[in-house]
Write a protein that binds this ligand. Structure first.
Ligand SMILES: CC(C)(COP(=O)(O)OP(=O)(O)OC[C@H]1O[C@@H](n2cnc3c(N)ncnc32)[C@H](O)[C@@H]1OP(=O)(O)O)[C@@H](O)C(=O)NCCC(=O)NCCSC(=O)c1cc(O)c2ccccc2c1O
Length: 269
């Protein structure tokens, strides 16, 4: 069954041969996502799931600067949330789930900076191919946010506990070469070869048994599916934390291009 291709505002969805190419298209915000972007990404992944032509999905960002920089912090500073959405919900947890559950390989083609929730997306893809100039890291604690679901627990499965804690606690930015060394990505290629390389991976996988691949993906996932429970709790916590004075200080500081002052919020019990 061929599924109709669809027009979106924040996402470009195309089917080329066996590949569904899903491009986050907000280059002026370094491909940061707002609630509408997340809705559209979920619809795009559903289209790719149902389309028998599609044997693998390539997730990438528009332009050469950014893959995705996570939540749109300027939107958050303005309205305290990630803006309007189809169902009046910010469905990032559902996006994480469909990237994992779609029974076809998902390839991140990391064409630039992958930071914050954008980095979590590349981590959740089955494999990642990076441009030489791509950069990687988590940013939540800088801007009053965190992903205590797949973003932390699954990252630790990929790079190990020590490295995952370093990545989250220090919010450093890593080069593509460092990402390859810590097994955060599968391959690094020159920027102008990235999409051709990703498409090559799709055409190779398209020759294999789709049912075998489906079972294998579900088998890999089964080992970490319990992390979806943490993810649900983390998203509830984030709903509350991101609008707190501490959370908003992070978002406002980013929008105002100043260092955040979290000192008034040191209070543990
Ligand atoms: C990514 C950077 C390290 C790049 O730095 P660089 O110096 O190369 O570029 P600039 O900083 O000059 O950025 C260029 C241009 O893009 C704008 N921009 C960049 N990122 C964002 C963003 N995330 N939102 C909005 N706009 C962005 C930037 O302002 C510049 O615009 P100008 O008009 O000034 O030219 C660096 O940009 C950076 O650190 N970006 C912020 C990264 C970040 O904090 N991301 C959000 C983390 S929180 C998050 O992702 C998140 C995820 C979830 O799943 C959630 C779930 C539930 C609730 C909350 C969640 C959540 O907060």
């Amino acid at each position: 069954m061929a599924v109709a291709e669809q027009e979106f505002d924040d996402v470009v969805y195309e089917v080329q041969d066996a590949a569904a190419i899903v491009t986050i298209n907000r280059p002026e915000r370094y491909n940061a996502f707002r609630a509408q972007t997340v809705d559209e990404l979920i619809t795009a992944f559903n289209l790719a799931w149902s389309d028998r032509r599609v044997r693998a999905v390539v997730l990438t960002g528009a332009g050469e600067k950014a893959f995705c920089t996570g939540g749109d912090v300027k939107q958050r500073a303005e309205t305290g949330d990630y803006g309007p959405s189809e169902l009046n919900r910010f469905r990032i947890g559902e996006l994480h789930k469909i990237v994992r559950d779609i029974p076809k390989p998902v390839i991140a083609a990391v064409n630039g900076v992958a930071v914050g929730g954008g980095h979590v997306l590349q981590v959740l893809c089955d494999v990642s191919i990076a441009a030489e100039h791509a950069r990687f890291g988590q940013a939540g604690p800088k801007v009053g946010s965190f992903d205590a679901g797949f973003g932390s627990a699954y990252l630790a499965r990929v790079v190990g506990e020590k490295k995952a804690r370093e990545i989250w606690f220090w919010c450093r930015i890593y080069s593509a070469a460092e990402a390859l060394e810590m097994k955060l990505v599968n391959k690094v290629v020159p920027g102008d070869e990235l999409m051709a390389e990703a498409k090559r991976w799709v055409s190779e996988v398209a020759a294999l048994s789709p049912t075998a691949l489906r079972f294998l993906k579900q088998s890999f996932n089964a080992d970490t599916d319990h992390q979806a429970g943490f993810s649900n709790m983390a998203m509830t916590a984030l709903d509350m934390f991101s609008t707190s004075p501490e959370g908003m200080e992070g978002a406002n500081a980013f929008a105002e291009k100043r260092a955040a002052d979290f000192a008034p919020h040191v209070h543990w019990h």
